[in-house]
Design a protein around this ligand. Structure first.
Ligand code: NAP
Length: 186
């Protein structure tokens, strides 16, 4: 079964940190709203987008916010075999989750939403077409990181749906970026 093109979405600080103690190192409500808007908005209104995440990221989401609503939540785990309550499925490897999302008629876009282990593997797939990256202009102590990716392969593009201005919240500056794999048409 063919895997459809999919996107990664992450927020990173200057040292590429994304998390600490299985939590986000920062609290940025508007950035979170951006994440929700990008991942929830489907091109086809009769369908939902799928979000694929590692077991640790699923567990890092406060229970009251699980599942990520309006989206199909798929978890990847080698140890958990029974579908976590409120999720839409658990898969023993990333490829199986991507194949499943790719063949579900009700799925529109597919987003990989973390964490480090899942981003790292997702970037090795040629179907990984787009990276939505929020760059926070600060350094935080982190124990999980976004992988360095080749900016010759992923080129920055502008998208109408993504604000270009520098954002400021809680004394932190950040900017939304979108990178697209070369030779893929949006
Ligand atoms: N800043 C951001 O945008 C952002 C976004 C998401 C997450 N985060 C942060 O990232 C951190 C979590 O990242 P993480 O790397 O520690 O964990 P993770 O990638 O969320 O989850 C890791 C778990 O996923 C499963 N897994 C990973 N690769 C697998 C594979 N190939 N096949 C099957 N299962 C696989 C394993 O689960 P089992 O152990 O059950 O086998 C593994 O322990 C947290 O701090 C979170 O807050 C940040």
């Amino acid at each position: 079964m063919k895997i459809r093109n999919f996107s990664l979405i992450a927020a990173i600080c200057d040292n590429y940190g994304i998390g600490v103690n299985n939590k986000l190192p920062w609290r940025l409500k508007n950035e979170m709203n951006y994440f929700t808007r990008i991942t929830i908005t489907s091109d086809d209104e009769s369908k939902k987008n799928a979000v694929i995440m590692g077991r640790k990221t699923w567990e890092s989401i406060p229970e009251k916010y699980r599942p990520l609503d309006g989206r199909i939540n798929l978890i990847v785990s080698r140890t958990v075999t029974e579908k976590p309550i409120k999720s839409d499925g658990v898969f023993s490897d990333l490829k199986s989750a991507l194949v499943q999302a790719s063949c579900m008629d009700e799925v529109d876009q597919i987003f990989i939403v973390g964490g480090e282990q899942i981003y790292r593997e997702a970037l090795t797939f040629p179907e990984c077409s787009t990276i939505y990256l929020t760059r926070i202009e600060a350094n935080f102590d982190c124990d999980s990181f976004f992988p360095k990716f080749d900016e010759k392969i992923f080129q920055e593009i502008s998208k109408e749906t993504v604000p270009k201005e520098i954002q400021e919240e809680n004394g932190l500056k950040y900017k939304f970026h979108v990178y697209q794999r070369k030779s893929i048409e949006l």
